[in-house]
Design a protein around this ligand. Structure first.
Ligand code: ATP
Length: 956
């Protein structure tokens, strides 16, 4: 057992400190396993005051921590004592139970009943073989499930959570596993709370705690202590591990980690990658069961005919019906589908798309519309300020990236580069640059170049903010002496950020930067070229915004005012009557690979829509550059009446019907807020579209849930979005979505190939037995021989198709109908024909051998060999669904197929030549002539199936 999260030093010291601080009461800081038992109900009889009921300082003192955070050495010591901040994985069933589950299967029941019947008849060899096969079959299921599980385990690992903690005096991102009691952590909207935390600061903080309290409305949090006996839902001064921050920001000290947290005590894993079951596996499961019933019915008919018409003995009939039942049930199918899905998911993760929910893999293959964010997904999210516009002038900014190397120059009347700008000579530029510098949380630091930094300069924070901070540095603004008094952080809904700052002389100022329309609405005046205030010319600014947006630039506006004297006024209430200083145009180059991916989506009949918070002009310009605007996909023409772009406010003014009428034809949605996304998805779904939707912000979660495939951003995305998503993009890149769709189509194809391959094995075998009994002929296959064939194809051949590469046309055909069954009419026909061909060939060789007086064992062995080789030949037909396999490609591209084929032949040789197999399976050695005949007939099967494929394709 692991050491509980808060024993030894930390707790001991804490208790000691508490004894001094609060008069010797036994302490618990939500972490002592012994004391935490009564935690939900508050501290029980004899319990001490709990952290939620203490003042922040008392909690800090008790944890031997301070608001400045821990030192990394202290944190490491605490981690060693307390253990990782992790919940133990949910308890797994014991091994014997997990093995036994694989016997809980209708086929195994049939096998076990057959074994008992064999025992009653005194046929001990068959009894043993059947039992052995039942065990081997269960073992195969068990091993395959283990492989699938470990594939998913690997993926779970990739979804690790980070926490922002204060270590050595600075904020640092650490693995949530490394958080310890006493750490000071910071959370903001969209984050998952990494541990149980006593708040030290809270700004508009609301937290969604339904995992703990069942309450889906987000709870407001504050620093004020609450009663010691408050229930979990009323502990408003605490944040609980695993809950999601819905809005605002907070800073607090960790009181408990891992198992000692509230969530740890109720042992629920909130974020779980779902199980191996999917709609498809359920569909196949149902199919298997229905088939089993049909088989039993047919077995009864067979027995009656055999007994009444042909006078077979009871022993023969028992043998035949066991053989028939065993032959007809496709027992390998569910395991095969599961392993194909799991391998596919692993492959997708390698291509940077992490699947959280297995069914999404199937849905991905039928996606018809992808709705994507712009910034960071379609574009690089490497922002550089290019242009500054003030009331009278324009400035050009040189340099790339976040390095402050470059200059700001005045643009001459002819559009050429003019003199170098100067803060004293150009007070209008100074105003814009100062606002951008102060109303900013990004830092440009030297050292390391992993964040796109040039010349060792690196951005810590948001790219948009980084771009304007670099601009401030290039312009020469020096923020030394300024201090921040209050902040309204940037939220996607507001589209602005505001700060109140004190200048070096003690004067208070309000600074606002944000989307230009939002800022304009709050302005009454503008900065004159001399730096004074003059009346606002709104029409002028709107023209400027359109001009900058038309060049595909992201536009930010800057505004300022002196702070009102009323000290009680909330900052957000003072954001009126501001002075507009100017605009900044920022480039964010498209990702070249996204442009290609969009073209590929178009070929695949998938329409791409851009949904962005950016200005309409910017969005259309980027959309055009990327091939989203002005291109119709999937054979649909863009509606003549549909506008090129729809903005959030326009969308709000529309009724649901009006939106539905245009939603398919509008490809760019600008100035949107997260709640618009959900309307867009619903409107598209009303047309039967299968929608993949990307998101990163906390408020995108409902839209991702509504979409058929929710796609979260792994880097930029909040934890809340990741939890709502089916797929997480490790690199935030649109091209990865396209690859995931391609992968989804490949996996679905491979499952179809596997089904198409496996079912005729059963068809052919049952046909052989059925025909023999109905016509009163000798059985070409003994039940144990049928088991042999089923087993060797399951362990060898069928696995090969899971590794099949994508067909070359996989992204050139239209999306799959999501409602269509995996077994369509063409497939059922092909399965029947192939069953007839392989079954026919088997009967042919058997009765031909018998006609030449070959002994039964030898003739049956030839029949078994025919089945094995026939299946092997058919495997090559199945490598390509509709494409002809009469090509050299059929020999290339999948090594596993050859390994499987080699294994099958080796096993079959053991069957034919190993003496012990002769005893167990009634096999007998066969000669070269028999091998030749069966091989020849297999080639005939291959050619005929190709003929069937060709005929089907022609009719199609
Ligand atoms: P997408 O949905 O494509 O990612 P986006 O990133 O442009 O779009 P938001 O981040 O919601 O969407 O930004 C919307 C607008 O808010 C931007 O166009 C910009 O004008 C403004 N904005 C973005 N970041 C900031 C910020 N840090 N401070 C102030 N304003 C900002």
């Amino acid at each position: 057992m692991r050491v509980p999260q808060s024993v030894g030093g930390v707790r001991g010291a804490y208790v000691g400190a508490r004894e001094r601080a609060i008069g010797g009461e036994m302490g618990r800081m939500g972490s002592a396993p012994d004391a935490s038992v009564e935690s939900t109900a508050g501290p029980g009889a004899g319990g001490a005051p709990a952290p939620w009921s203490l003042a922040p300082d008392a909690v800090l003192a008790a944890l031997r921590a301070d608001a400045g955070g821990l030192g990394s050495a202290d944190a490491a010591t605490r981690l060693a004592e307390v253990g990782a901040n992790r919940l133990p994985p949910p308890e797994r069933d014991p091994l014997w139970k997990r093995v036994l589950v694989h016997f809980d299967d209708i086929l195994i029941y049939i096998l076990l009943v057959s074994a008992v019947l064999k025992a009653i008849l005194g046929d001990w060899v068959d009894f043993t073989v059947i039992l052995a096969v039942a065990v081997i079959n269960a073992a195969i299921g068990f091993i395959q499930e283990g492989r699938a599980e470990s594939a998913l385990d690997g993926i779970r690992q990739m979804l690790s959570v980070h926490a922002e903690t204060r270590r050595d005096g600075a904020w640092a991102k650490v693995d949530a596993d490394d958080v310890v009691p006493g750490d000071v952590v910071r959370v903001r909207s969209g984050d998952k709370v990494p541990a149980d935390v006593r708040l030290l600061q809270a700004t508009n903080l609301r937290v969604e705690e339904s995992a703990l309290t069942g309450e889906s409305v987000a709870a407001a949090k504050s620093v004020d202590a609450v009663a010691a006996d408050a229930g979990v839902g009323d502990r408003t001064s605490m944040l609980f591990s695993g809950t999601l921050v819905a809005a605002g920001q907070g800073v607090g000290v960790v009181t408990a980690t891992g198992e000692a947290t509230e969530i740890g005590r109720i042992q629920t894993m909130i974020s779980e990658v779902t199980s191996l079951e999917t709609p498809l596996t359920r569909q196949l499961d149902r199919f298997g069961k229905a088939l089993a019933v049909l088989i039993l019915g047919m077995a009864v008919v067979m027995v009656l005919v055999g007994r009444l018409v042909h006078d077979f003995s009871v022993a023969e009939l028992v043998s035949a019906s066991i053989g028939f039942a065993v032959a007809a049930v496709p027992e390998g199918l569910p395991a095969l589908v599961t392993i194909t899905l799991a391998l596919g998911v692993q492959q997708m993760a390698r291509r940077r798309a992490i699947t959280r929910k297995l069914p999404a893999v199937e849905t991905l293959g039928s996606v018809t519309t992808v709705c994507s964010d712009k910034t960071g997904t379609l574009t690089k999210n490497e922002m550089t300020a290019r242009s500054v516009r003030t009331g009278a002038r324009e400035f050009a900014v040189s340099g790339v990236g976040y390095a402050p190397d470059g200059e700001v120059a005045l643009v001459g009347p002819d559009g050429g580069r003019g003199r170098h700008a100067d803060l004293t000579e150009d007070p209008d530029l100074a105003a814009v640059a100062t606002v951008m510098m102060l109303c900013n949380d990004a830092r440009i630091v030297v050292g390391g170049s992993d964040d796109g930094g040039a010349g060792g300069w690196r951005l810590v924070g948001e790219p948009t903010e980084g771009a304007v901070r670099t601009l401030g540095m290039k312009a020469g603004v020096d923020p030394v002496g300024w201090s921040r008094v209050a902040v309204v952080p940037f939220e996607s809904e507001n589209k602005f950020m505001a700060t109140q700052d004190r200048d070096p002389d003690g004067g208070l100022h309000v600074h606002l930067k944000g989307a230009p329309d939002r800022v304009l609405d709050r302005c009454a005046t503008q900065t004159s070229p001399a730096g004074a205030s003059e009346p606002l010319d709104r029409a002028f600014w709107e023209r400027q915004i359109d001009a900058l947006g038309g060049q595909g630039l992201r536009v930010l506006a800057a505004a300022r005012r002196s702070a009102p004297t009323d000290p009680a006024a909330e900052l957000v209430e003072t954001l009126t009557d501001l002075e507009l200083c100017g605009l900044v145009g920022i480039v964010d180059p498209p990702r070249p690979e996204a442009v290609d991916a969009i073209a590929q989506c178009r070929d695949a009949g998938i329409r791409v829509k851009m949904i962005t918070g950016d200005h309409a002009g910017t969005a259309v310009a980027i959309g055009r550059e990327m091939g989203i605007v002005g291109a119709a996909a999937g054979g649909r023409d863009a509606g003549a009446d549909a506008p090129a772009v729809l903005t959030g406010p326009e969308l709000e003014a529309m009724t649901t019907e009006e939106l539905r009428a245009v939603v398919r034809d509008v490809d760019v949605y600008a100035r949107t807020s997260p709640e618009h996304k959900i309307r867009i998805v619903s409107a598209l779904q009303a047309h039967g579209e299968v929608v993949a939707m990307t998101g990163d912000g906390v408020n995108d979660a409902p839209a991702l849930t509504q979409a058929d495939v929710g796609v979260a951003m792994g880097i930029k995305g909040t934890e809340a979005t990741k939890e709502a998503a089916e797929v997480v993009l490790a690199d935030d890149n649109f091209a990865t979505i396209e690859r995931a769709v391609e992968e989804g189509r490949r996996i679905y194809d491979n499952i179809r190939k596997s089904v198409l391959f496996l079912l005729p094995t059963n068809g052919a075998q049952s046909l052989v037995i059925l025909v023999a009994v109905l016509f009163g002929l000798t059985l070409p296959l003994a039940p144990v021989q049928v088991l042999w064939i089923n087993m060797i194809t399951a362990v060898t051949l069928s696995l090969g198709l899971a590794y099949e590469r994508a067909e070359p046309d996989v992204m050139r055909r239209p999306p799959r109908d999501p409602g269509a069954s995996i077994l369509d009419a063409v497939f059922v026909r092909r399965i029947l024909v192939v069953s007839l061909l392989i079954g026919g060939a088997t009967m042919l060789v058997f009765y031909a051998e018998r006609a030449q007086d070959t002994p039964l064992a030898e003739a049956q062995t030839t029949a078994v060999t025919m089945l094995a080789l026939g299946q092997l030949a058919y495997l090559f037909n199945c490598r390509f669904l509709d494409r002809s396999s009469v090509t050299l490609d059929v020999l290339r591209g999948n090594r596993v197929i050859w390994i499987s084929a080699g294994a099958l032949i080796a096993l079959q040789c053991v069957f034919v030549y190993a003496p012990f197999m002769h005893d167990w399976f009634d096999a007998a050695p066969i000669g070269l002539e028999e091998w030749g005949k069966t091989l020849g007939l297999s080639v005939v099967v291959f050619v005929l199936v190709e003929g069937v494929k060709w005929w089907g394709a022609r009719r199609h």
